[in-house]
Structures are given as structure tokens and as C-alpha cells.
Ligand binder design. Structure first.
Ligand SMILES: NC(=O)c1ccc[n+]([C@@H]2O[C@H](COP(=O)([O-])OP(=O)(O)OC[C@H]3O[C@@H](n4cnc5c(N)ncnc54)[C@H](OP(=O)(O)O)[C@@H]3O)[C@@H](O)[C@H]2O)c1
Length: 312
């Protein structure tokens, strides 16, 4: 399933002077990303909805790497007000941002709504990360060259077997956990492509926006569907899935490798290990990308009264 590795953790360059945010870095693939960035002297922000989990992860990362520039800031992606507060706190403390890894996600969760009345996969995996990115974009531009990595999934292919659409994405009627996950992961690809198109159209050339499938990785991602202590989860995590260190490679490549700039890699979907992948037709449709952008902009204007809209 995976090609041979042309990028290793040891290939991450020195990141002294760089600032990174990795959402979902209190555990799983995101935590490995935060550790590896910190090892290379990057200043890393660890957002978490739980202060206990966030501070514990920060303590771990500092102990493992010896890098003291690792910081927790509270972020609950199920609340647009929390996203706003996170961005404001970050900007009050930092005037530079070089790497944004939109990694946090949920999968196979039972139907529920966010604080803003959005279905929870849609809210977490797409809308909150879109809003976060829009608020941080001016800082990413002024800090350029900078990187944005949107963590998608092979699961974006579940869009092939459903007619769910933006018209009913928040509805309980017709809800399927797997399909919903798939659509939100396709949205990660569409967002990557439309953001890249707009940056290029506005001659903003110093941001490299890409997305990836990390692989089938041993983590807590299936926690909403399976008891993590069950024999099935243990067998799956120990014998089927790859370890998080390998799962983090592709997004770390897109976030740090000098090759991304030398090869001008933008708007692409990468797969393990750090190789160009092939997204499905739904996720490559320019119309779908534009529709998603316009839908999300309209939604944010309704849900966040002082949202001024994307900069372009
Ligand atoms: N593992 C795989 O096989 C696989 C395959 C394809 C794609 N992916 C993608 O990889 C990414 C990372 O997944 P993972 O495998 O590392 O999963 P994980 O171990 O479950 O980690 C997910 C992270 O997202 C955070 N998160 C979830 N909801 C949040 C919210 N409302 N606010 C703030 N943080 C929230 C979690 O925080 P809490 O601890 O507070 O919940 C956790 O830190 C996801 O986007 C996933 O879709 C994973």
C-alpha cells in the first residue's frame, strides 16, 4: 500500500526562528508532529480543548525534546467563539506564524451538533479549521514563506457512494457516520485547492497550501465507534495500522521539507510516504471547491456576527 520512504523524520530541517500551530496535538499523529517540530527548534503551539490534556502534552513534548518554546492555548473546534478566542490569544502573543497544520479531526461519531448548530464532523473537520485559517492568513502571509497542511484522508472516497451534499450536510436525516467523515475529508481537499487558487489569483506566492492522507495509523481516532480497550481495537492498532511516527511523515514533509518550495508544490494531495496522491473526482472538482468556499463564507457570516469574510 505504501511506497518506499523518500522522507524521514531526520530529513526535517532546522526550524530555529519558526513558529508552528498543530491542531489536535495533545495526542495521536498531531502530537508526533509537535514533537518532531520541537526537536528541530521550532516554537510550537499545542491547541487543545482540554487544559489538562494540553498541558500534559506540552510537558511531555518539552521533556522529550528539551525545547522550552512549547505552549498550550485552549481551542475547542466545536465552538466558533473558541476558535476566535484562540486566534486572538495567539496573535496577541505572536506576530509570526510559519506552519499551520490543520490536523485535529473526529471520525465515526454519532450524530450531534456543535455549539453553533453544525453537525460535529462538519464543524470540527471543516468549518472550524476554515475559520481558524482565515483568521491566521494575514499572519501566515506576512511571515512567508509559510505552509498550511490540511490533514485529509483516503476516506474522502466515501463521497463516491452517497448523494449527501452541502444542502443536507447538517441534517440528522440520512446521516451515516462513515459518509459524513468522508465528505468532511473531501472538503479538506477542496478547501486546499480553492485557497491555493485564490492565493495564486491574488499573486500571493509565499504560502504553500497542501493536504494529505497520513495512512492507516494507530491512534485514538476510532474512539467514537470502538472501545479502545477491546480486542478489535488493540489488534487493529497493533497489527494493522502503522505507528504515529510513520503516520506523521507525510504531513511533516509538506510542513517542513525544502522540496515543497523548490518544487513549488501547491494545492496538492499527498499520501504515505510523502508522495503525490490521487484525490477522487468529487474532491478535484473546481465547482465543488468554489461552492464549498461560498457556502462556508456565508455560514460564518451567519454564525459569527463580526466575521468580515475572507481577505479575497
Ligand atoms: N488515524 C488514521 O488512520 C487516520 C487516517 C486518515 C486520516 N486521519 C486524520 O488524521 C488526523 C489526526 O487523527 P489521529 O489519528 O491522530 O486521531 P486522534 O488520535 O483521535 O487525535 C485527534 C486529535 O484531534 C483533537 N480534536 C478532536 N476534536 C476536537 C475539538 N472539538 N477541539 C479540539 N481538538 C479536537 C483531539 O483532541 P481530544 O483528545 O480532546 O479529543 C486529538 O488531539 C485527523 O484529521 C484524521 O481525520 C487519520
Amino acid at each position: 500500500m505504501f511506497s518506499s520512504k523518500h522522507f524521514e523524520l531526520s530529513d526535517i530541517p532546522d526550524l530555529s526562528g519558526k513558529v508552528a500551530i498543530v491542531t489536535g496535538s495533545n495526542t495521536g499523529i498531531g502530537k508526533v508532529c509537535a514533537i518532531q517540530l520541537a526537536k528541530k527548534n521550532c516554537q510550537v503551539i499545542v491547541p487543545s480543548r482540554s487544559e489538562d490534556k494540553g498541558l500534559a502534552a506540552v510537558a511531555d513534548i518539552k521533556a522529550i525534546t528539551g525545547n522550552e518554546k512549547v505552549e498550550f492555548i485552549k481551542l475547542d473546534l466545536l465552538s466558533l467563539q473558541s476558535v476566535k478566542a484562540f486566534a486572538e490569544e495567539f496573535k496577541s502573543k505572536h506576530d509570526k506564524l510559519h506552519i499551520l497544520i490543520n490536523n485535529a479531526g473526529i471520525m465515526l461519531a454519532p450524530y450531534s451538533l456543535s455549539e453553533d448548530g453544525l453537525e460535529s464532523h462538519f464543524a470540527t473537520n471543516h468549518v472550524a479549521h476554515y475559520y481558524l485559517t482565515m483568521q491566521l492568513l494575514p499572519t501566515l502571509i506576512s511571515s512567508g514563506p509559510s505552509r498550511i497542511v490540511n490533514v485529509s484522508s483516503f476516506g474522502h472516497n466515501f463521497t463516491l457512494v452517497s448523494s449527501r451534499s452541502l444542502d443536507n450536510i447538517n441534517d440528522e436525516k440520512g446521516y451515516s457516520r462513515m459518509i459524513q467523515y468522508g465528505f468532511t475529508k473531501a472538503y479538506n481537499i477542496l478547501f486546499t485547492r480553492e485557497l491555493t487558487r485564490r492565493l495564486e489569483a491574488n499573486k500571493i506566492n509565499n504560502i504553500y497550501v497542501n493536504c494529505n492522507h497520513p495512512g492507516v495509523v494507530s491512534s485514538e481516532l476510532s474512539r467514537h465507534a470502538f472501545d479502545q480497550q477491546s480486542w478489535f481495537s488493540k489488534f487493529y492498532n497493533n497489527h494493522v495500522a502503522i505507528p504515529t511516527e510513520k503516520g506523521a511523515l507525510t504531513q511533516l514533509y509538506l510542513a517542513t521539507s525544502p522540496e515543497v518550495e523548490s518544487k513549488n508544490i501547491k494545492g496538492e494531495y499527498y499520501v504515505p510516504y510523502a508522495e503525490p496522491g490521487c484525490a477522487n473526482a468529487f474532491s478535484k472538482s473546481d465547482k465543488n471547491a468554489l461552492d464549498l468556499w461560498n457556502y462556508t463564507e456565508q455560514l460564518l457570516k451567519e454564525k459569527v456576527p463580526d466575521y468580515k469574510g475572507a481577505i479575497f
